[in-house]
Every structure is written in structure tokens, then in C-alpha cells.
Write a protein that binds this ligand. Structure first.
Ligand code: SF4
Ligand SMILES: [Zn+2]
Length: 301
């Protein structure tokens, strides 16, 4: 089977696709690379000018670091702090944010959208469901919070705040084999009981026919509750749950808002490609070295 990616669902926040024709190790490598090696921007340094809220500076700094920021898809847009030649913060490696909220006569809630960026390419990620953003803290009358925060480029293996996803999982395609003869022997109430035994709503009743049908086999999470229920009903073997094909995987990738999920996957594949190209070059070079024979003395550095 040749390698293939088929998109099942694509929205601003979520991408569901089938990856087929690969070994589980390749699917898992892609998952791990997406989680740990796709670079994004996140707040890494915070200067406090005034914090009279009830929360300590460290607490607020940690919350600021975890706020998802939009990150350019173009890798050359920013350098990591390790790659930049500046000694602190410069426009090539850093985006500056300011937060200045004062509660005068009434209590005020401070939200992530109160952070103002000095670069349009990196701003606080917006979610239509929560237009104000993430609640950072609440200020009582006459309290204030004034900070300057610096966002830098990094990846999830250094700190989870740079992970571009809130969910990145894959599963094997389930195969659900129903025995129609055994199902026909069930009474109406037993059929309903069997359908209700599945917590993932995999089964349904076919309209007007009274038969049990599979509504969406992809919802199956291999809990085996339906097999247990069939056994309890004295119908062992009425349903059998297995993995359909060993090299078809359904991926679900949900973004934090840093990037579109499809871009996260594209970048993950790019990182994987770069790593494998490097590995292949090293192996080729090793192959060109004279073969190691018995008795050779190897020097380990
Ligand atoms: S294994 Fe669990 S999730 Fe899958 S069909 Fe059976 S009851 Fe539903
Ligand atoms: Zn710099």
C-alpha cells in the first residue's frame, strides 16, 4: 500500500485525516514531532513594573507563558534565541508585548486580549467562542498590573508552552463484525440494551427496520463494552472488535490557535523530512569509512 493522506475533517481548530501505507513507527514519529518539534512563539521573559494584584509575579508570568500566540508559518520569520546573535532581545528573535491594566473604582478582570503586541505577525490567538481570551487575573479597586513580556521562538520538547497542539492523537481503524443471525434473535428491548451498552454511540437502530446498524465505526475506542454485553446476554461472538488494517491510522490534531492545524502537520512532516535527510547523509558517510575489522582499535571521544 502506498503512502497516502486523506483529509476527513478540516476546520480552523481541528484536522482529522487518514494516514495510510506506513508503519506504526512512522505514524508515532509524526505524532511526537508535531508535539515536540514544531516551533511556535510563546512568552519567555516577563518584566514587572507594577503588580498590586493578589497573585505573585511568578504565577502571572507562568500564565502569560501559556497563552497561545499566533506564530508565522514561515520558519525564517524569527530566529530562536540560541541562533540569534543579539545578547538579549531584538526584532529578529523577540516580539514585545505590553500589558497595562488599572482598576480605578470597580474591580476589573484582566484577559489575554489586553496584551498588546508590537508585531502584527505575533499576537494573542483569538477564539470566536471566547472573544475576551483567557482570564489572567482579577484586580480589585485601585490594584494594577503593568508588565512587559517578550515572546520567543521555541519547541515543545523544551517547554509545553511552545507545543502548537492541544491534542495530537492517532488510532487504528476499528473493525466491528456483527453476527446478523444472533442479532435477529434479540428482542426489541435487548437490542436497545445492546445499542446503549456502547459509550461512544457506535450503534444505532436502522429506521423502521428494527435492526442494529453501525452508525460510525470510527467512534469506537476499543473499550469492548459491547462484547461484554453480548456475553452477558448469552450471545458470545455476536460482536467482534478488531483492528481492520495494521497500516491505516486516523489522526486528530487540534491546534491551540498558534497555527492552523494543517500547517502544524505540514511543518511536522517537514521537520521529519529534515531529520531523516540528515540521518541518511550520516549513514552514507559512515558507509564510506573503511569497514571495521576484528582487532581494530576504536577511539571513543
Ligand atoms: S468496543 Fe466500545 S466503543 Fe467500540 S463499539 Fe464496542 S462498546 Fe462501542
Ligand atoms: Zn535577537
Amino acid at each position: 500500500m502506498s503512502l497516502k493522506i486523506s483529509i476527513i475533517e478540516q476546520t480552523k481548530k481541528r484536522l482529522v485525516f487518514l494516514l495510510s501505507g506506513v508503519d506504526v513507527s512512522v505514524a508515532n514519529s509524526l505524532r511526537r514531532i508535531i508535539l515536540a518539534e514544531v516551533q511556535t512563539m510563546a512568552i519567555d521573559l516577563v518584566e514587572f513594573y507594577s503588580n498590586t494584584s493578589t497573585l505573585p509575579d511568578e504565577f502571572i508570568a507562568l500564565r502569560l507563558g501559556l497563552i497561545p500566540l499566533t506564530s508565522p508559518v514561515d520558519d525564517s520569520a524569527f530566529l530562536t534565541k540560541e541562533d540569534c546573535t543579539c545578547s538579549g532581545n531584538c526584532p529578529r528573535c523577540t516580539v514585545e508585548f505590553t500589558l497595562d491594566v488599572k482598576a480605578t473604582d470597580l474591580p476589573v478582570s484582566v484577559y489575554s486580549t489586553d496584551l498588546q503586541s508590537d508585531d502584527d505577525r505575533v499576537t494573542v490567538a483569538q477564539d470566536d467562542q471566547f472573544p475576551k481570551g483567557i482570564l489572567l487575573c482579577k484586580l480589585a479597586e485601585h490594584q494594577e498590573l503593568v508588565v512587559r513580556a517578550y515572546a520567543k521562538k521555541g519547541c515543545g520538547k523544551v517547554h509545553a508552552k511552545w507545543n502548537p497542539t492541544s491534542c495530537c492523537v492517532f488510532s487504528y481503524e476499528p473493525e466491528i463484525k456483527l453476527n446478523p443471525a444472533m442479532l435477529d434473535e434479540l428482542s426489541e428491548s435487548e437490542k436497545h440494551e445492546f445499542i446503549a451498552s456502547c459509550p461512544a454511540e457506535v450503534y444505532d437502530e436502522s429506521a423502521g427496520l428494527g435492526a442494529v446498524v453501525i452508525s460510525d465505526h470510527w467512534n469506537c475506542m476499543y473499550c469492548k463494552e459491547c462484547e461484554i454485553k453480548a456475553k452477558e446476554m448469552g450471545k458470545e461472538g455476536m460482536v467482534l472488535i478488531t483492528h481492520r488494517t495494521p497500516n491505516v491510522f486516523r489522526f486528530t490534531v487540534e491546534g491551540t490557535g498558534a497555527m492552523a492545524p494543517v500547517d502544524i502537520v505540514r511543518k511536522g512532516i517537514q521537520v521529519m523530512n529534515d531529520k531523516l535527510t540528515y540521518l541518511s547523509r550520516c549513514v552514507n558517510e559512515l558507509g564510506q569509512i573503511a569497514p571495521i575489522r576484528d582487532g581494530d582499535e576504536l577511539e571513543f571521544l
